[in-house]
Design a protein around this ligand. Structure first.
Ligand SMILES: [Fe+2]
Length: 381
């Protein structure tokens, strides 16, 4: 049996029924002000934010909740720095990120800045790393996809310089994640399919990652089965509550894989696309996915056959079966795009290649600049 190392430092509460009790359990111990970070395309209107504030205030003995709701999709460095100032001005003692991955990632970066009493610039542009001073972070996802509630990554953008980058550290793991699938029931179709596809990419990439182990592989396969069975159902009927619950679960277990097996090249290659075009994480991933699989297939043939078979519900045993299975699934979930659809042409390719950052050591193939360029060019078709 292989040696396995797992790190799951976040306490997980999953389910609709235990949610209020879980908030009570965690926040009754907090003495001081809390900064609640939510997205700018507000989830406030469906009442979930008020519900959370009410439940926390009922249990919190000292302190108040300050809301910051200016976080955009692809959270921007200036939004993070503004929130850090607000947090420092109000002596906040912990952070809650509530919303999609952007709000959760922003809360992590804000917690770093408030803890260190500085803006986030040196962590983003420089080499400074989060440390023990980072404030505790609590995560309440309202989408089912990013897995940010269980991960040690915070992805931030600087649109002026078309940079999108991850701050990664063991100190930004949320202390607790409250996954309430009910909060995803009102997600519009576009976000449902995009976040659902993100779950699939986390499963695929963590499955073939060099860091994968027996345990994370088991979770990847489980997530792929769930996505294969449930995401197309949601595309047909976004009110399918059972499918929603299942997708929340798949997203959550892929959060475990993000922290332990990580992702591969597509996630590194999407960041420059997102930064350049201000398009969503999933749209960028979808636009390069088939081009990447065409290249990566040769390094993990058996694993690709297994995944493709689960998506197609039939045996796939060669490259063309595999490509067809993934292509068909992307169409079924309405995520078949090319990077031209996102406004990219061949003149943008050198800029994209230059801005691929982060560790690409997880990829089963040795990844060189020339390969990255080829994948981007292939994705233009
Ligand atoms: Fe992702």
């Amino acid at each position: 049996m292989e040696n396995i190392q797992l790190h799951i430092p976040t306490k997980i509460y999953f389910g609709n029924q235990i949610f209020a009790e879980a908030l009570k359990e965690e926040f009754s111990q907090i003495k001081g002000n809390i900064l609640l970070v939510i997205g700018s395309n507000s989830i406030k209107k469906n009442g979930y934010v008020n519900e959370v504030i009410r439940d926390i205030q009922l249990s919190q003995k000292e302190g108040t909740i300050i809301s910051y709701d200016e976080i955009s999709p692809n959270p921007k460095i200036n939004q993070i720095n503004t929130a850090i100032k607000i947090g420092l001005g109000n002596n906040v003692v912990c952070l809650i990120g509530m919303g999609g991955g952007s709000a959760l990632d922003a809360a992590k970066a804000i917690a770093v800045g408030i803890g260190a009493k500085t803006n986030i610039d040196e962590y983003f542009y420089g080499t400074k790393q989060p440390d023990l001073r980072t404030l505790p972070i609590y995560a309440i996802p309202t989408t089912a996809g990013t897995g940010s509630e269980l991960s040690k990554g915070a992805i931030i953008s600087c649109p002026k310089e078309t940079i999108k980058k991850g701050i990664r550290s063991q100190y930004i793991y949320p202390k607790a994640a409250f996954v309430n699938p009910r909060f995803t029931y009102t997600m519009p179709k576009t976000i449902t399919k995009e976040t659902g596809f993100d779950v699939l990419t986390h499963a695929v990439e963590s499955y073939i990652s060099k860091k994968a182990n027996t345990f994370t592989e088991m979770l990847s396969i489980e997530a792929i089965k769930i996505v294969s069975d449930n995401l197309p159902k949601l595309i047909n009927n976004i009110e399918n509550v059972e499918a929603r619950d299942n997708m929340s679960y798949a997203s959550m277990i892929m959060g475990i894989n993000l922290g332990n097996a990580s992702t591969c090249l597509p996630h590194r290659m999407q960041y420059p696309i997102g930064a350049l075009t201000d398009t969503s994480h999933s749209a960028g991933l979808a636009s390069i996915y088939i081009a990447w699989i065409e290249y990566a297939y040769q390094y993990s043939e058996e694993k690709f056959h297994h995944m493709a078979s689960l998506l197609a519900h039939k045996i796939c045993k060669n490259k063309s079966d595999t490509i067809e299975s993934f292509t068909t699934f992307l169409s079924r979930i309405e995520m078949n795009k090319s990077i031209s659809d996102l406004g990219i042409n061949k003149n943008h390719i050198p800029c994209l290649v230059n801005n691929v950052t982060g560790s690409i050591d997880n990829d089963p193939a040795s990844v060189e600049e020339e390969i990255i360029q080829k994948i981007y060019i292939r994705a233009l078709d």
